[in-house]
Design a protein around this ligand. Structure first.
Ligand code: SAM
Ligand code: SF4
Length: 332
């Protein structure tokens, strides 16, 4: 049982931690091309990240997701992942997982399995190499596909995340469902969220998933399931492929009532809600003393003011992010 119960009775059992704000891609919906990254001194060290995650595990977090930026480009990140694996061995953590762009998987897949990781989320918005290059600005599809094969060989279960983008990949969802079916991957479609300044216009990117689902239903038999991963996705199964498809719809469907998670940035800022600005600084208490007493108090206070929900809007009049930080800061 978690000792972190928020004011609305929700049990906090899921922590997402951004281990770096840096990335080897510059996806158009996520970052501006000329991002400035944080100075090293502001970013938690691997040891500090370990202390922070371990404090949450001690308080009842059962699922830990590392994200970023790109978690696998952080130097020596495997050291952290291996170390966190001890909580799996001890039975105090059910799952250690990560969200990655897949560019480094060829190198790390075996080590991840060795450290106790069993499932990963890999972001692939398109299977068209040229389009992939345009959407990620710096990425190479082939490198990611090689990484996915390495993940499969290593025995990792893979879920593909794809952001639904109007006029960009909206003609590809049938192909993505088919490809995932053939590879044995689950698929999760995500609506764009208004997080952070980017170079483009978000109202031209926004594509409601209700529409995508209706289009998919013309070709595939989508069946309701009660499968949940502890995340915000609603899952259906695709009868023809036997794989699942999830829909994350922060804008068209409010999933806050069952929210069991909080997020920490790589600077140790705890966000109790992805869509709200209220936050708690955990870096100061971590750095103030070698024991975790101040850290524990800061976490408890923050959970005590987790808000009821968020209020995202993308419309033409308010064409600015409702939350100014980028997704690469808070992590996906
Ligand atoms: N670099 C890793 C990756 O791309 O998977 C992990 C971090 S990334 C910020 C996590 C997820 O957030 C990715 O699936 C990405 O597509 C998604 N994402 C980024 N910006 C987004 C936005 N504005 N709206 C919706 N999803 C977004
Ligand atoms: Fe990097 Fe992931 Fe953001 Fe793309 S979505 S720029 S891969 S952090």
């Amino acid at each position: 049982m978690s000792t972190m119960i928020d004011p609305f009775g929700r049990d906090i059992t899921y922590l997402r931690v951004s281990v770096t704000d840096r990335c080897d891609f510059r996806c158009v919906y996520c970052m501006a091309e000329d991002m400035t990254f944080l100075p090293k001194a502001e970013v938690l060290s691997l040891e500090e990240l370990d202390r922070l995650c371990s404090a949450f595990v001690r308080k009842g977090v059962r699922k830990l997701r590392l994200t970023g930026g790109e978690p696998l480009v952080r130097r020596n990140v495997m050291q952290l992942i291996r170390s966190l694996g001890r909580h799996l061995d001890a039975g105090t953590l059910d799952e250690l997982t990560l969200t990655t762009n897949g560019s480094q998987l060829s190198r790390f897949a075996d080590e991840l399995v060795d450290a106790g990781v069993r499932r990963i989320n890999v972001s692939v918005d398109t299977l068209n190499a040229e389009r992939f290059r345009r959407l990620t600005r710096w990425g190479r599809l082939e490198q990611v596909l090689d990484g996915l094969q390495a993940a499969k060989r290593a025995g990792l279960a893979v879920k593909i995340n794809a952001v639904a983008l109007k006029n960009e990949n909206e003609d590809e969802f049938d192909a993505l469902v088919e490809w995932c079916g053939g590879e044995g991957f689950d698929l999760c479609l995500i609506e764009t969220m208004p997080l952070g300044e980017i170079d483009g216009d978000r109202t031209t990117q926004y594509l409601p998933l209700s529409l995508v689902r209706a289009r998919l239903a013309r070709r595939w038999t989508l069946q309701d399931t009660d499968y949940r991963t502890g995340g915000p996705a609603r899952y259906m199964s695709v009868k023809e492929t036997g794989q699942r498809i999830g829909f994350i719809t922060p804008l068209t469907h409010n999933f806050c009532e069952s929210c069991n998670r909080v997020r920490v940035t790589c600077t140790g800022t705890l966000y109790m809600c992805l869509g709200q600005d209220d936050a708690a600084d955990l870096r100061t208490p971590i750095r103030a003393t070698a024991d975790d007493s101040l850290l524990d108090t800061a976490i408890d206070e923050a959970i005590g003011r987790k808000p009821k929900g968020h209020d995202f809007v993308i419309d033409r009049r308010a064409n600015r992010p409702s939350v100014s930080r980028h997704m690469s800061m808070t992590g996906g």
